[in-house]
Design a protein around this ligand. Structure first.
Ligand SMILES: Cc1cc2nc3c(=O)[nH]c(=O)nc-3n(C[C@H](O)[C@H](O)[C@H](O)COP(=O)(O)OP(=O)(O)OC[C@H]3O[C@@H](n4cnc5c(N)ncnc54)[C@H](O)[C@@H]3O)c2cc1C
Length: 493
């Protein structure tokens, strides 16, 4: 757990006064009672009271905040809904938070072009709600979609259950308007299929608030499929379940969703949600088909055959929309359900080649013994995107540190099998040390140069996502490269 650094009140008053000279007073918060709700994001183990919080109501006010901060050399942390799980929106003691809470307008939905133009603080699900009257929706669906914002999705390149078939945020955003640290507005991408020049939109998406503040987003909308059905398949060990995922894809099927839950997650969620899950199975797979009635019937039949041949011990198929929603409700509520069996949990995010699923899940099982902590696995199996939930009790001395070490060991294993240390939750400050495992110094230096090209004074979300030379050197002293486990100097359990 991190202790909050004290805020320098003299500097706070100076910065708040400069901001209030440019923004209405209601848009600037500096009293600790008002700024406290912003002290953490979804990674609540880390907290820091911000010096000042701003709530701009239009693009001009965003630019005014950036100009004031640049002139006073104040670091800036952008913030959407604060559901991020890697500490990306964690404030800085001497910094200003720019919240997009009041930039929450749907500018327009164009049913003919199948696009929507929205402000950054619009919730992910609100876009689909607005498009529903035209039979359209926005496909990327993070489990947090009821709360998270499109600005946060762009910054994290967020994914979700349906991203296997429909792509991540980067595949569904056409254009962004960005307020830069120089106090200018730039547009990246275009409403056409392609834009000339270097693909800076792809560079920007996933840049975790380090390159600029998103002030408007144009997203693609897709037609709502006529129907969808989901298969729930049980397996008596996770290795067979993991291999079945690879076999579905190898058969040339791209399901609308292909998710896996191990026994710990199933037993954690079933009493809470009553989704009808097989609590005796070692793992279950949820495989969705969507399209016309005929397409869905055919795909469900093919997937059932592949799953049976891959060793499924039971298969049930949703018979109506209510049952489909019930099957998904367990998966969607898995994170909150963790709170029922453990005082705290730590959600990791790493991605591996699908064929390595069985190997990595077995490795995680071994680490449970090594670190003396339980871990449940519920994840986007079709994308190879793991979400191990490490269960711990922060009131037990040393358990949080062990949970962190466990998480870092999982990420090191992901890199070892040819994967990456994130899939959709970003790096933030949570996985910054693991960046030293994933990348060579020269590569990290190149990332810093890209940041500097957008943000010369290095004021936008500094110390997140890209580790400094010093940090990697410090981490290198602890990290056992090529060995089974990092953090060699931590006690073993
Ligand atoms: C229960 C739960 C389930 C989740 N499930 C998923 C999932 O299935 N898939 C997934 O990908 N994620 C998931 N997440 C993580 C999280 O919801 C996503 O990362 C989401 O995109 C964060 O959006 P936000 O609005 O909350 O952003 P914040 O948490 O407020 O910020 C996230 C990052 O974006 C930056 N940022 C925010 N707004 C802007 C802006 N306008 N301009 C520039 N930078 C900005 C911040 O600085 C920060 O670095 C889940 C989280 C929770 C709590």
């Amino acid at each position: 757990m991190s202790a909050s650094l004290p805020v320098n009140t003299g500097r706070r008053d100076e910065v708040a006064a400069a901001l209030k000279a440019r923004l209405p007073a209601r848009c600037v918060l500096s009293d600790p009672e008002d700024t406290r709700p912003y002290e953490c994001d979804g990674l609540a183990a880390y907290r820091q009271l911000p010096m000042v919080v701003t709530l701009p109501e239009n693009e001009e006010q965003v630019l005014a905040v950036l100009n004031a901060c640049r002139e006073l050399s104040v670091p800036i942390v952008p913030r959407g809904a604060g559901t991020g799980l890697s500490g990306g929106a964690l404030p800085i003691a001497e910094g200003v938070v720019i919240s997009t809470a009041r930039l929450n307008r749907i500018v327009r939905v164009d049913a003919h072009a199948r696009t929507a133009v929205v402000q950054p603080g619009v919730r992910n699900l609100a876009i689909s709600d607005a498009a529903a009257q035209h039979g359209l929706y926005y496909a990327p669906d993070p489990s947090s979609q009821i709360a998270c914002t499109i600005g946060g999705n762009v910054a994290e390149n967020s994914g979700g259950v349906h991203c296997l078939k429909y792509g991540l945020t980067v595949h569904n955003v056409l254009r962004v308007r960005v307020a830069t640290i120089d106090g200018e507005i730039i547009e990246l991408g275009s409403e056409a299929l392609d834009a000339p020049g270097l693909d800076l939109l792809a560079v920007f998406i996933g840049s975790e608030g380090m390159l600029g503040i998103v002030t408007e987003v144009t997203v693609k909308l897709v037609p709502k499929p006529a129907t969808a059905r989901v298969i729930m398949a049980s397996f008596d060990d996770v290795v067979t379940g993991g291999n079945a995922v690879a076999r579905v894809i190898a058969a040339g099927i791209i399901p609308a969703g292909l998710e896996m839950m191990d026994r710990t997650s199933v037993r954690m969620v079933e009493p809470f949600v009553k989704a009808g899950y097989d609590t005796e199975a070692a793992a279950i797979l949820l495989c969705e088909a969507d399209g016309t009635e005929l397409e869905v019937a055919e795909e469900i039949e093919r997937m059932s055959e592949v799953l049976q041949a891959a060793g499924a011990t039971a298969i049930s198929v949703s018979q109506n929309e209510a049952e489909r929603m019930r099957f998904w409700s367990g998966r969607k509520n898995a994170f909150p359900a963790a709170g029922r069996i453990s005082p705290d949990y730590y959600c990791m995010d790493g991605t591996i080649p699908r064929k390595k699923l069985a190997e990595v899940l077995t490795g995680i099982e071994r680490m449970e013994t090594t670190f003396g902590l339980r871990c449940s696995n519920v994840f986007h199996a079709g994308d190879g995107n793991l979400h191990p939930l490490i269960l711990f009790d922060a009131n037990q001395p040393g358990e949080f540190e062990r949970a962190e070490a466990f998480g870092a060991a999982i990420l090191a294993l992901c890199v070892e099998v040819g994967g990456t240390i994130t899939g959709e939750h970003g790096v933030g400050m949570e996985k910054i040390n693991s960046m030293c495992v994933q990348f060579r110094r020269e590569e990290l230096d190149a990332f810093i140069e890209v940041k500097r090209a957008f943000d010369e004074p290095m004021l936008l979300n500094p110390d997140k996502a890209i580790p400094t030379k010093h940090r990697c050197a410090e981490f290198g002293k602890m990290h056992v490269k090529g060995g089974v486990l990092p953090f060699a100097d931590l006690p073993r359990f």
